[in-house]
Design a protein. Sequence first.
Length: 578
Amino acid sequence: MSAHAPLRRVATTVAGLVATALVLVGCASMPTSGDVMEGEVRVDNPVEVGFNVQGPSPGADPQQIVQDFVSVAQFGPASTNTFTVAREYLTPVAWSEWDRGAPVLVLAEYPDWTVEDFDDSSATTSVQGEALVTATIDETGTYTELPAPSTVEVGYELSRGTDGEWRITELDDGLLVLANFLADAFHRTTLYYPTPDRRWWVPDVRWYPEQSWRTAATQEILAGPPEPLRQSVVSVVPEGTTLAIDSVSVDDRGVIGVSVTSAISAAPAEDRALLVAQLEETLREGDGRSVELSDGSNPLAVEPADAPSRPVTVGDALAVVEDAEGATSLRRVAGTELVELAAPLRTGGLDLTAVGTGPDEGPVVVRDGPDRLLRLTAEEAPVELLQGDGVLPPSVDRFGTVWTAVDGELWVVGAAGRAAPLEAEWLVDRPVRSVRVSPEAARVVVVVEGSDGPEVWVAAVQRDADDVPTGLSTPWRVGAPVPGVAAADWSDETTVVLLGRDPDGTRVLSVAGVGGLAGTADAGSRTLVTPGAPVAVASGVGASPMLVLDADGVLQTRQSAALWPTVAEDVVAVAYPG
């Protein structure tokens, strides 16, 4: 039997279908002359493709038992039947003791196996494997992409039964999943929590078993925000509220039924409405789905709520432009051109090297030279906010707070003008090289200089009653290493774009997911195709197109993967609100 037979059987079936289709095409007569005729093509709705998993083959040797078990078990989270088949490879005791939940090791390829010597008289043996791991998923469904692929040892003990067949008697807890099959077994789920002012959703990405993802997501929502977000969002779920029935159903009308315990009765009407909105934002996929909340079997009356908005960039990008005499000024980016500001700001005599602006026509902050930040207005002289060595380009959140770093130390300047360092234990001995706040202002992406090179982290922002930042949460590591990362910006609600440098020195852009990237088979980072060699990038969340600036001052906008029209030349810097 060939290696990983359960998957190869399916491949053979698919190949057979393709071959049959080709034969049919070959039998049909294709006209090579005559008039052009208009035809009607009907495309059937696609059907779900499943994996035809198989149990152990009679007489399979220990290595075959192990590698076929790994091939089958990785699809267990998608189907109860698949785990039933996987169970056939284990003894009853081994199955009962095996914790299938965590950790999940995401593999770049199947392991290389080594089998302990055995012969026809052997009753036991072991199989060891070296697995190249690219990411992990923990018991909470949190996906973490490793800084670099790591080799992990995995081991299996086997014994021969009275029927002469080998079965696994002992194995490590957790699941091995090939990266290309991750999205078949697990469902990338975005949980949403409201900001304290209930205006915006804060996303939190998890990976749950495909067959039960809605139930797992609902349980997590009812349990309240995870620790890193606890001081940055609010929960509207009364303590003690859990699922009354350990499942979340979807009927043929597309209504998602969520039955909870009677503790929900303690929630005020507005909180109950917000909880329904939160569950709908998290659980529905596609249009038309709604959540019906019930206390046990009794449906609850819930008034429609003004639901928070998902994170989106509000406003156009600003660009710093240099004229023929070397003077700099500000312009607004409108599509594929630069236009004058509606109310020109006083910039006379300043050497503008970076710009930041708040959403919704918030404050405009510029860097003057390499070491000074100023707030600009149309009526008054620029107001100095901060001065020091190595001041980073500013990021301005929706509360008017300015984020930057001075000589590698993170600083914030409140809307009232008070500047102060923002300390976090995980930033100690990690100089900050880039900082950008998300549109809803609940998260920040930071590029730091670690002991082994640049690192990218995302943390939740903790604020006081006046919305002034007071600290950062324990962070999430984002993305596999992009050599020489210099800057990061938000390009989607859970995606960041990274400006880095290849080993040969070429500037590159990559995108990485906060909790795993959507739209890729393995959820890992991917490189973007860009024109030339970018030295700066500005990206907005929502409909705002990505902007790239090269070393010659040419600003281009991304209209598609291959289409990057030029916006302007002689551009020094560019930034979206945020």
